[in-house]
Design a protein around this ligand. Structure first.
Ligand code: NAD
Length: 477
């Protein structure tokens, strides 16, 4: 991991500088990450261009699809190895790591199969003309990814771009990049031409900034925080290139008085606990109709108090968070809310025997959170659930739309009219009715509005993002 992967092989960084990688479950260093700079990025972009103009660019869509599918099959041979790498890097429970590798395989299956199904269309025009619309690759796409689901993000962001025929350069998160490198190695083994996939490790303000401002990049796909998303979009504006921004969320679960409690309670808990709350689409706010607030939130509290956090091997409900900074951030939300007198309705436990140096936080449920509070407005990115009450449908929508974010929402009600009305008026890129899938569904277009970003990933729609649409007008008489 203390090297970059450029042009189909590991290469040393230009500076030789490395960054310590700590295991979140122990706080101990177990690896060094190469600290890439602008020269490393430049080498990766050049390799990607050579692949795009050469062996990779010459493949047919079906050939590209077959390679992506092969990578999915090869992943199955290394399933447990990849899950263990992911768990060690991120601290996530083994069950979550296995679910992530499974989802990564689904991305390869989906985009492997989709590569040769991006059909253009024909437009009836004036007599004597034929007009066709085709989708072509941008060229070289840049990808900057976060640490919460490194393997899945590789599947989601890179694979869709590769399926369209682009060559890619990835700057993974400095806090978790092991599976990205392993997947790139496996891609080479199954026959991806050199330079189709390139990875430069390193810090955001160095390698990340160099990638997003490189003139050889034709499209940027960024997943991360709104603050960095703005910088990436500025860098793209300087070159007039498009980008997708997949940013954070403060996603509401709206529970009406006629909701099926038995179905809703476990899913409301899972939606925030999954990946220790470090999911952009975590259901971090539960909004409950006043008349059933005590009963519903009481049932959630019962489940919440049973939650336990432990090491990946303990395989409990939660793991540690990614690093000391993130633990400090999550803890500051909890401490401040307590100081403000916001009632703690339930707390999970940190399991006995976890290493002292691990970055663990206690899963916490806050009740009757005042509107406008930081817990309503800001993304915690940890296992902290905030409960709010509302009067009626109008008030529920107002509360759901009270943040600048708009990523995912859930509506829990048996009333068909209300299901439709609320899901249409709530501001979000995805709405679940009587269910929730934080990050789930490879086939489903996913992305945000407002502070949650713009552009769509997943599903067929992502292929269009990674393509340039060209209209060919043929006057033939
Ligand atoms: P981050 O924005 O700090 O980092 C994300 C990536 O950007 C990292 O690879 C980092 O090195 C890089 N980066 C940092 N500074 C940069 C710069 N100046 N120029 C270019 N790149 C730079 O986010 P994080 O802390 O790694 O992840 C947490 C955030 O990501 C949360 O806000 C979360 O909601 C969001 N997220 C969103 C989604 C989504 O799909 N919407 C998915 C996962 C995470």
């Amino acid at each position: 991991m203390n090297q970059h992967f450029i042009n189909g092989r590991y290469v040393a960084g230009q500076t030789g500088e490395t960054i310590a990688k700590l295991a979140p479950a122990t706080g101990e260093e177990f690896a060094r990450i190469a600290c890439g700079n602008a020269a490393d990025i430049d080498a990766a972009v050049k390799a990607a261009h050579a692949a795009f103009e050469g062996a990779w660019g010459k493949l047919t869509a079906a050939e590209r699809g077959r390679l992506i599918s092969k990578l999915g099959l090869r992943l199955q041979d290394h399933f447990e190895e990849l899950a263990r790498l992911e768990a060690r890097d991120t601290g996530k429970p083994m069950a979550q790591a296995r679910a992530d590798i499974d989802a990564t395989a689904r991305y390869f299956e989906f985009y492997g199969g989709a590569a040769d199904k991006v059909h253009g269309h024909v437009i009836p025009f004036l007599n004597g003309y034929s007009v066709s619309v085709v989708h072509e690759p941008h060229g070289v796409t840049g990808h900057i990814l976060p640490w919460n689901y490194p393997a899945q993000m590789f599947g989601r962001s890179l694979t869709a771009s590769l399926a369209m025929g682009n060559a890619v350069v990835l700057k993974p998160a400095e806090d978790a990049c092991a599976t990205a490198f392993r997947l790139a190695e496996l891609a080479s083994e199954v026959g991806f031409p050199d330079g189709a996939i390139n990875i430069v490790a390193g810090r955001g303000h160095e390698a990340g900034a160099a990638l997003s401002s490189h003139p050889g990049i034709a499209f940027m796909s960024f997943t991360g925080s709104p603050e960095v998303g703005k910088m990436v979009q500025h860098a793209c504006a300087d070159h007039l290139i498009p980008c997708t921004l997949e940013l954070g969320g403060k996603s509401p679960q709206i529970v009406f008085d006629d909701a099926d409690f038995d179905a809703a309670v476990p899913i409301v808990c899972k939606a925030i606990v999954q990946n220790t709350g470090q999911t952009c689409s975590a259901g971090s706010r539960v909004l409950v109709q006043k008349s059933v607030y005590d009963a519903f939130v009481g049932a959630v509290a019962q489940q919440f108090s049973k939650l336990r956090a432990g090491t990946p091997e303990m395989d409990l409900d939660c793991g540690p968070v990614i690093n000391a900074k993130q633990r400090g951030r999550v803890q500051s939300f909890i401490d401040q809310a307590r100081e403000q007198g916001i009632p703690v309705l339930a707390e999970g436990q940190i399991a006995q025997g976890v290493p002292n140096g691990g970055f663990f936080v206690t899963p916490t449920l806050f009740g009757q959170v005042p509107r406008g509070n930081r817990l309503e407005q800001e993304e915690v990115f940890g296992p902290v659930l905030s409960a709010f009450s509302f009067e009626d449908e109008e008030d529920a929508i107002k509360l759901a739309n009270s943040t600048d974010y708009g990523l995912v929402a859930a509506v829990w009600t048996k009333d068909g009219g209300r299901q439709q009305r609320v899901s249409r008026r709530v501001r979000a890129g995805q709405v679940f009715i009587n269910g929730y899938g934080a990050g789930g569904g490879i086939e489903l277009p996913f992305g945000g509005t407002g502070k949650s970003g713009h552009g769509r990933e997943k599903g067929f729609i992502a292929l269009e993002e990674f393509a340039v649409t060209k209209t060919i007008v043929h006057k033939h008489g």
